[in-house]
Ligand binder design. Structure first.
Ligand SMILES: CC(C)(COP(=O)(O)OP(=O)(O)OC[C@H]1O[C@@H](n2cnc3c(N)ncnc32)[C@H](O)[C@@H]1OP(=O)(O)O)[C@@H](O)C(=O)NCCC(=O)NCCS
Length: 188
């Protein structure tokens, strides 16, 4: 049966739950280590809910299964982060969360024309979530994502256009606008 999701705005009273959520399991696709004190300090500083940022719990069948963080809300080019607890992965929670946040951002920010997100090249689950929600690959940044082992990964940029979201279509970028950009491996 389809899991029922709801989205609950983060409150400063949730600091302990947020610290639990971020520290109780590994988040290998996120750089930087999370420790409880740092999370609680950031909550006290208002960094999870302010003019630029809003954070929401993803409730799956009433349980706190994930977290959505919306960022850069004040500069016309919002981005987001989504995390689903291991125990809830692979059951459409991530896909539902991105569908929800896409509608939320286009509704709350009537002037934005697009929403962007990036992920690590080997994060196949997140790439599937982008595609399933009509996001299109627009960028491939080579060696742009520092790995914990010191080895850089490629970073992949996706975006959805408001006009595509409204019409339920997917418009690919014009990759062939200038053939001279079609790089082939060669010796300069
Ligand atoms: C990425 C993440 C949010 C996806 O959420 P989820 O609830 O597991 O995703 P869904 O159940 O909605 O699955 C979406 C698709 O991904 C596919 N998928 C899941 N895991 C996969 C994997 N390891 N490899 C390839 N595809 C995968 C699913 O098959 C599904 O596609 P389908 O419906 O066509 O079969 C979740 O795995 C997560 O929180 N990961 C750790 C944090 C993270 O990486 N966040 C993104 C940072 S950019």
């Amino acid at each position: 049966m389809r899991i029922h999701t709801e989205f609950l705005r983060f409150s400063p009273d949730d600091a302990t739950s947020l610290a639990d959520f971020l520290t109780e399991e590994e988040w290998p696709y996120h750089s930087g280590t999370q420790d409880r004190e740092a999370v609680e300090r950031r909550v006290a500083e208002g960094l999870y809910d302010n003019e630029e940022t809003r954070t929401f719990w993803v409730l799956a069948d009433g349980e706190r299964a994930g977290l959505v963080r919306l960022q850069d809300l004040d500069d016309g080019g919002p981005m987001f982060d989504v995390r689903v607890r291991q125990a809830w992965r692979g059951r459409s929670v991530g896909t539902q969360a991105v569908a929800w946040l896409t509608g939320y951002l286009f509704t709350e920010l009537p002037d934005i024309t697009r929403i962007e997100g990036t992920t690590r090249q080997d994060n196949h689950a997140m790439r599937a979530v982008f595609r399933k929600n009509g996001y299109v690959k627009e960028a491939h940044y080579r060696d742009a994502w520092p790995g914990r082992d010191g080895r850089p990964h490629d970073s992949i940029g996706y975006a959805i256009l408001r006009r595509d979201w409204l019409s339920g279509t997917v418009t690919p970028p014009d990759w062939h606008d200038d053939q001279r950009d079609s790089a082939v491996a060669k010796q300069l």
